[in-house]
Design a protein around this ligand. Structure first.
Ligand code: PHE
Length: 341
């Protein structure tokens, strides 16, 4: 009987493994394990056994039965999975399957500020010009009237690429203005947004990488009045009608005269508060009339044309626009912070 049971087991397991569908599997279950099945038939002969053999055979029969049951169950799972798979492929659209939620993103606050600023400039007739972040030192410095030896070329605050100092990570987007002037004849009216790099330590107001928008206007008869009008219009649009500006004399090598522009603190309207550190004014940007040497370096005749340029830090604009107190928050990409805007 032992041999019979072993033979039954191996036959059953072989057939189960080959069963190609659920009905076949069900047929095998009835054939081997059913009331009139082959296992029962064998067990019916138990009576002929030596009494001390009965428990041994009984145990073996139970083990065989359990193994066949388990094999059927496992085969059933495989067949059912294949079945589902096939049905999914056949019924292309199953409206009962739960959908995948769409996670909707948000604009980064700095990109919002940039879009707003570009809208304002485009509304004033500017076009957008872009240039490479890895620039010729000539475009970042020399042609902008900052010859060899000028402090702003210092290794201290500049990322150079080669010993010959030929290529740098641009320290401002004024380099784009050089490219525009070399390739376009006036009238020119462009803004150039983009990343710039300086060897600054990270703190609440500094980062070795930040963004600027610089503007350039070149035409016949452009004066400082045009510069003031344009920047005043920008400030009114950004921070509300009636926001006052203040132009202070300053020095940039590539503009003459040069100025820095402050706007009246939009939080305290000039009374003095924590935002403006009690000053009543917040520094906004640098600007000036394009230096004649810069024109000459780009093949534009300074006796025929004049122009103005300005450069504004996008992070600072964003911090003012959204009342953000720490520059680092802008770059950390912490969603808990970014979702607020
Ligand atoms: N390039 C200057 C800076 O990065 C900003 C500037 C641009 C000043 C144009 C004047 C004119 O600080």
């Amino acid at each position: 009987m032992k041999e019979q049971l072993h033979a039954l087991q191996s036959e059953a397991l072989g057939l189960i493994a080959e069963a190609g569908d659920i009905p076949t599997l069900e047929g095998l279950r009835v054939r081997f394990l059913g009331k009139k099945g082959e296992l029962t038939a064998i067990l019916k002969q138990m009576g002929q056994l030596d009494p001390n053999q009965r428990p041994v055979i009984g145990q073996l029969a139970n083990a065989v039965s359990a193994e066949i049951t388990e094999a059927i169950q496992m085969r059933r799972e495989v067949l059912e999975a294949a079945d589902l798979d096939q049905r999914l492929r056949a019924e292309q659209l199953d409206v009962t399957i739960p959908g995948t939620a769409q996670v909707i993103g948000k604009r980064h606050p700095m990109m919002k500020t940039l879009d707003e600023a570009l809208d304002i400039f485009i509304g004033m007739g500017f076009t957008v010009a872009e240039g490479p972040e890895i620039e010729f030192a000539a475009n970042v410095f020399d042609k902008l009237n900052t010859a060899e030896g000028h402090p702003s070329r210092d290794w201290q605050d500049t990322f150079y690429f080669d010993q010959a100092d030929k290529h740098v990570l641009r320290t401002h987007t004024s380099s784009v203005q050089i490219r525009v002037m070399e390739n376009q004849t006036p009238p020119i009216r462009v803004v150039s947004p983009g990343r710039v790099y300086r060897k600054d330590e990270v703190d609440a107001t500094h980062s070795p990488m930040f963004h600027q928008i610089e503007g350039l206007v070149v035409d016949k008869g452009i004066t400082m009045a045009d510069l003031k009008g344009t920047l005043n219009a920008l400030v009114q649009e950004l921070y509300g009608a009636g926001t006052k500006t203040r132009f202070r004399p300053h020095h940039f090598p590539f503009t003459e005269p040069s100025c820095e522009v402050d706007c009246q603190c939009f939080k305290c309207s000039g009374a003095g508060c924590s935002m403006c550190k009690g000053e009543g004014w917040i520094e906004l940007l640098g600007a000036g009339m394009v230096h004649p040497n810069v024109f000459r370096n780009c093949g534009i005749d300074p006796d025929e044309y004049t122009g103005f340029a300005f450069g504004v830090g996008l992070e600072r604009m964003t911090m003012m626009r959204f009342n953000i107190s720490d520059l680092r928050l802008i770059f950390e990409n912490d969603l808990r912070f970014l979702r607020q805007f």
